[in-house]
Design a protein around this ligand. Structure first.
Ligand SMILES: Cc1cc2nc3c(=O)[nH]c(=O)nc-3n(C[C@H](O)[C@H](O)[C@H](O)COP(=O)(O)O)c2cc1C
Length: 192
């Protein structure tokens, strides 16, 4: 097991002022030095169409993302909540990543999820739905505690910095638990 875990941090939002991306940007400040994060985006991933896949294979943006995830020690996904569920662009990106060749992008990759919304329950419903998708992808998923950041507009400043001290403190503890859990799934024991 490496001393430092290299994790991919994937935002489910394309918005420049995204609260979810703000959570991910704060991770390096809140995490122990034994976790390192690379922020990745779902930007540029086309809407899935099986005919396009048959004709052209995986788009470059999908290959880039799924390779980065497979080569990482683990994945952290920050999901917004749209109409009680996982936003279409994020689900679409995960659907692309689940396509052959096997093992697909997330197969066996330990994954932790968190989320922020301007509502009061902080993406509880979309995180629940995302867990169901991760079951289908055979991605072991961290369970508790959950990071549910409600009223995010009061916790992220205009520069996109997570400024709410209680959220920052909670996430510090969460990251310690996530690291302990992720170390149970060494990359060397995954299908190559
Ligand atoms: C189509 C749409 C549906 C939404 N549905 C919900 C919802 O069900 N629950 C919720 O808490 N917020 C909902 N929101 C508000 C989002 O939480 C808010 O836009 C949030 O800022 C999105 O995340 P982001 O800041 O990372 O882009 C919705 C927003 C959009 C655009």
């Amino acid at each position: 097991m490496p001393e430092v875990l290299e994790l991919i941090a994937l935002s489910g939002s394309l918005r420049a002022g995204s609260y979810n991306t703000a959570l991910l940007r704060a991770l390096p400040e809140l995490a122990p030095a034994t976790l390192r994060f690379t922020l990745r985006t779902i930007a540029g991933i086309p809407v899935y169409n099986g005919d396009d896949e048959d004709a052209h294979g995986l788009p470059d943006a999908v290959v880039t993302l799924r390779t980065a995830i497979r080569q990482s020690d683990g994945l952290v996904i920050a999901t917004p909540e749209y109409n009680n569920g996982v936003p279409g662009p994020l689900k679409n990106a995960l659907d692309w990543c689940s396509r052959p060749p096997e093992p697909h992008g997330l197969d066996g990759v330990p994954t932790a999820i968190l989320g922020a919304s301007d509502g009061v329950i902080g993406t509880a419903r979309s995180q629940h739905a995302l867990r169901q998708t991760l079951v289908a992808l055979n991605a072991p998923t961290f369970t508790l505690p959950q990071v549910l950041v409600g009223r995010a507009q009061t916790k992220v400043d205009a520069a996109g910095r997570l400024i709410d001290e209680s959220t920052r403190s909670f996430m510090k503890g969460w990251l310690l638990e996530v690291e302990r859990w992720m170390r149970r799934f060494p990359k060397s024991e995954r299908l190559p």
